[in-house]
Design a protein around this ligand. Structure first.
Ligand SMILES: Cc1cc2nc3c(=O)[nH]c(=O)nc-3n(C[C@H](O)[C@H](O)[C@H](O)COP(=O)(O)O)c2cc1C
Length: 350
């Protein structure tokens, strides 16, 4: 009897561990951001955190099927774990693109059901797909059947003035039946008319409670909260209610915030590099990518402008790295110049 009880309690605790492990890859992630989270940006972020899941910019199925695969999908081995975000609605195209993404080594395929831009609406995908859960489910099913890696969906809590919880609950319910186990929920509505994409990230109110409720109603699904998270304390608070938190703008503008995420949220050692060491690695990467791919250093340096956010001299640091007159200089020289300004400014402050 005693043995039985021990066995049951062991199996329960293993069950509990499995449960939490199942959600673990999504505990913390950096959001997909068009024009921002390209491979160079992800290289920087990966120096700061090894465990955080990184997302690509959205790649449309049309762009991928009719454009240059390499341009869209090239990535560095160090970027793992990294998810490819697709924009599209045709099931066959999505399946084909998911296959291509898996072939390039991505760890996850994510479908964008949250982007409100007019261009995306004209293509009939993004946030307007939330009005057609069955279409999303068909796309998801086609992708799930096509690849062995997880297929996930990023969406809003509603569109336009549809404020009822039932709307998002039914969306998640329908799409989960098609095989999606992970939902990344930007906790505000998308207003499809009258707001720019930027306004759509600021004006519709954040309603975290709806995301928490999704987790309560779908305990077996992995529910990730996104939107307006700017501090480690907020991340920790949300993690009491949901399985994961996705951070967008704050991670991009102040990348150093990520340097203790591995220690704080994954129980691993922190990134261990000083700011100087991270920057030195980035400069070496600029030299390498210029030689291998002809990438101008400015295409990489633009993602580092926020490295010294909040410190004296940060403005000069940004100015130097953005100065087009320096574009023929070596990145090492530009870095030295940027740092010297930082030091002078710091001395002036002392
Ligand atoms: C410049 C920019 C580009 C974005 N591009 C995408 C995108 O390609 N796909 C997507 O799902 N969301 C995109 N988003 C939305 C973010 O993924 C995220 O949902 C939003 O910024 C809210 O999170 P935050 O408050 O942490 O920034 C973008 C956001 C920004 C600022």
């Amino acid at each position: 009897m005693q043995g039985n009880a021990t066995a049951i309690s062991e199996s329960l605790s293993i069950g509990a561990r499995d449960q939490s492990d199942r959600h673990a890859p999504w505990r913390l992630s950096v959001a997909p951001m068009l024009d921002w989270t390209d491979k160079h940006c992800r290289y920087l972020h990966r120096l700061l955190t090894k465990n955080t899941l990184l997302y690509t910019e959205m790649v449309t199925t049309g762009g991928l099927l009719h454009g240059a695969e390499r341009r869209h999908l090239r990535m560095d081995e160090c970027e793992h774990p990294v998810a490819l975000q697709l924009g599209g609605s045709d099931a066959a195209d999505l399946a084909q693109c998911a296959r291509i993404g898996a072939r390039w080594g991505y760890d996850e395929i994510n479908l964008n059901c949250g982007c409100p831009s007019e261009r995306v609406q004209r293509g009939a995908f993004g946030a307007c797909l939330m009005a057609e859960p069955q279409l999303v489910a068909d796309g998801v099913k086609a992708m799930v059947d096509a690849v062995d890696i997880p297929v996930t969906v990023k969406h809003r809590i509603g569109i336009d003035r549809e404020e009822s919880y039932d709307f998002v609950r039914d969306f998640v319910g329908t799409v989960s039946l098609a095989g999606c186990r992970v939902f990344i929920v930007h906790a505000r509505n998308a207003w499809l008319k009258g707001l720019s994409p930027k306004e759509n990230r600021e004006i519709p109110p954040l309603r975290y409670e709806l995301v928490y409720r999704l987790k309560r109603d779908f305990p077996d699904l992995t529910i990730v909260l996104n939107g307006g998270v700017t501090t480690n304390e907020q991340i920790a608070e949300h993690l009491l209610h949901v399985d994961g938190v996705m951070v967008g703008r704050e991670a991009y503008h102040h990348p150093w915030i990520m340097s203790d995420w591995d220690a704080r949220f994954f129980g691993n050692s922190a990134c261990g590099l000083s700011q100087d060491e991270v920057e030195a690695e980035m400069v070496a990467y600029m030299v390498r990518d210029a030689a291998e791919d002809g990438t101008p250093w400015s295409a990489i340096a633009r993602h580092m402008l926020g490295m010294h956010h909040g410190r004296r001299g940060a403005r000069l640091w940004r100015q130097v790295w953005s100065d087009h007159k320096l574009k023929t200089e070596s990145p090492l020289k530009v870095w030295e110049l940027a740092r010297s300004h930082l030091q002078v400014d710091a001395q002036l402050a002392a």
